[in-house]
Design a protein around this ligand. Sequence first.
Ligand code: SF4
Length: 232
Amino acid sequence: MTGIPLNDLMKQLTEVMQDSCSQLPQNRTPAMVYALAEGAADIHDGGVTNLMPSLPPTKEIACAAGCDHCCHMPVVTEAITVLRLAHYIRTTFSPEAIDALRARISTRQAQLLPLDSKARRHFRKACPLLEDRQCIAYEARPLICRSFNSFDAEACRTEILEKADDFYMEGYPIPFEVGGALTRGMVSGLSRAGYRDAQLDLAAALGVALDRDDAAEAWLAGEDIFANSLVA
Ligand code: SF4
């Protein structure tokens, strides 16, 4: 991935994702949905790893296991990522763990739903997938969770948990660039395929996808199952 201007590389990533997602009507199956989301995650992680030697961070990245400040913000993600995440949870979690997760999602929704859109954006509670300061679905986490990073963990704590307002966090830009390029490709490819891959509140959409065993089939059939999970 070296030798090509970064903008051109990002355009290529967008096109790869766009072309993959636009193939969905030829294989309208849950397995294809999960493969698309998994492919995006793999391209993201592989892309960042490959770019790092030629475009290294200008400072040390502060993120480390057990640092969970950023997991206390609302996560905005896409439908196919949520469907893959729900599939991952169904196939790897115990029934008790799924029940506990659904209970945490319900509690969060009860706190969030009465709020206006600004207060929702600044809502600061642990993501329902956070346990003991670790993501329990790390392998299947959304692109934005894969991208987010910071050069200053204390700044994260202050801005995210204390001030709880809009903020800019200085971090390594490459993961954000790669995540943004893939998300753009996902949205436009799915749009070409006839799907509206809107921006969804992760917890709300995951609750929907876990409530329905046929969530992927219903979404593929054009049912607007995430209508109540849209981010304003
Ligand atoms: S999905 Fe995982 S990484 Fe993302 S906010 Fe939730 S706990 Fe954190």
